[in-house]
Write a protein that binds this ligand. Structure first.
Ligand SMILES: CC(=O)N[C@H]1[C@@H](OP(=O)(O)OP(=O)(O)OC[C@H]2O[C@@H](n3ccc(=O)[nH]c3=O)[C@H](O)[C@@H]2O)O[C@H](CO)[C@@H](O)[C@@H]1O
Length: 358
């Protein structure tokens, strides 16, 4: 019997690829041939072709939601139409029994093409409020999975369920000593991991760097600062290690960390929860986004997993105060985290998705 095929899509930022990366090994183990449809230049192309070179990667044209004026806003509808045609051709050839979409703008043409091809589509929303791409895709989907229970309030009752988070298995295999060695940290001080989401965050980078000498009195610091954001002048400072973006090193670096300062992207915060790292969250402001991270962060704070500092309140001083509060609350936060629902395994998630297969 020939192998069954599944097509995955999602991209734009790593937050729209992480879950796909988590479930690919489980799908392969279940005997599926996996294809990926993504954009030509998005981060999904790099992550999937590098980490899963055996998977056929099909590039399509896609538009982008911009919160600023650009002439491209007028050509994007044509790109989306072209993308639908290209995705339709891929689906016709690959003949999947199901399409799974993790969202992001590139996923919209794929979801529409799947509907036109009569292939069931399952979509996944990891933030509290659905993103625009998933809102557009929703009418074409057979089912929608969410990470947060609260998200169900924004979706049709008859076709949405909350599954909780899924964390890629590789992240549980980190080694603290390997992480410390990679950073050449002397033992003794606690380690602070700073992660500004998959793209890095200038706001977080500034908060850390403007307080650097003070912070280094008490911490060793791992700083994931985002592509193009390394500061060469700080590269020889003892106890401070910068990376643009890490892949296979991430499990060791998280394992080496005692506290985290982060944006509040859904995947990141559930990873830190699963790995029991007390976190100070500085969510992306509503001036720069639809405010999804603010809601993610609020829910984490209400459950006792995190301290939150709003971007509008962020100064050199408030940052140090919030970090101090985090440290004081460490035991309470760890206590709350230890009672949290465990994330689904990729295998469990795959079983849920495949229920909707043709
Ligand atoms: C600017 C923007 O649009 N942000 C959105 C985006 O964030 P973003 O892409 O930052 O998404 P998340 O924080 O959810 O996930 C980031 C992922 O990148 C990984 N990682 C990060 C840094 C690194 O060096 N290596 C690495 O592997 C993390 O482990 C995590 O799995 O998607 C999230 C999930 O829909 C949303 O909540 C965010 O609002």
């Amino acid at each position: 019997m020939s192998k069954k095929t599944i097509v995955l899509t999602g991209g734009g930022t790593a937050g729209h690829v992480s879950l796909n990366e988590a479930i690919i090994p489980a799908l392969q183990e279940a005997g599926y041939s996996v294809h990926y449809i993504g954009s030509r230049n998005g981060i999904e192309k790099e992550l999937i072709t590098k980490n899963f070179p055996e998977i056929p990667y099909h590039s399509i044209s896609s538009g982008k939601l911009r919160r600023y004026f650009s002439l491209k806003n007028f050509t994007d509808p044509f790109r989306v139409l072209a993308g639908i045609g290209q995705a339709y051709a891929v689906l016709k050839k690959a003949k999947p029994s199901i399409v799974f979409s993790k969202g992001g703008f590139v996923s919209v043409p794929v979801v529409i093409a799947a509907k036109l091809s009569n292939i069931p589509v399952v979509i996944h929303e990891s933030d509290v409020t659905p993103g625009l791409a998933n809102k557009l895709a929703q009418p074409f989907a057979s089912h929608i999975f969410t990470v947060f229970q609260e998200t169900l309030n924004y979706l049709p009752k008859n076709k949405a369920t909350c599954t909780g988070s899924v964390v890629r298995e590789q992240l549980f295999k980190g080694n603290k000593l390997r992480g410390l060695k990679l950073c050449q940290f002397a033992p003794g001080k606690p380690v602070l991991l700073v992660m500004g989401g998959s793209l890095g965050s200038v706001v977080l980078n500034d908060a850390i760097r403007s307080n650097l000498s003070k912070l280094l009195e008490n911490f060793n610091i791992i700083h994931l600062c985002g592509k193009g954001n390394m500061d060469p002048q700080l590269s020889d400072i003892k106890g401070y290690k910068q990376f643009e973006y890490v892949t296979k090193e991430l499990p060791d670096l998280i394992s080496a960390s005692d506290f985290v300062v982060s944006r509040a992207g859904s995947n990141s915060i559930f990873e830190f929860l699963a790995l029991q790292k007390p976190m100070l969250l500085i969510p992306l402001s509503s001036a720069k986004s639809r405010g999804d991270q603010i809601l993610n962060a609020k829910l984490f704070k209400n459950q006792g997993f995190a301290e939150v500092l709003e971007e509008e309140q962020l100064t050199k001083e408030t940052f140090m105060e919030a970090l101090q509060t985090l440290i004081q609350k460490k035991d309470a936060i760890l206590g709350a985290m230890s009672k949290a629902e465990r994330p689904k395994t990729p295998k469990e998630m795959v079983e849920l998705i495949l229920q909707y297969e043709k």
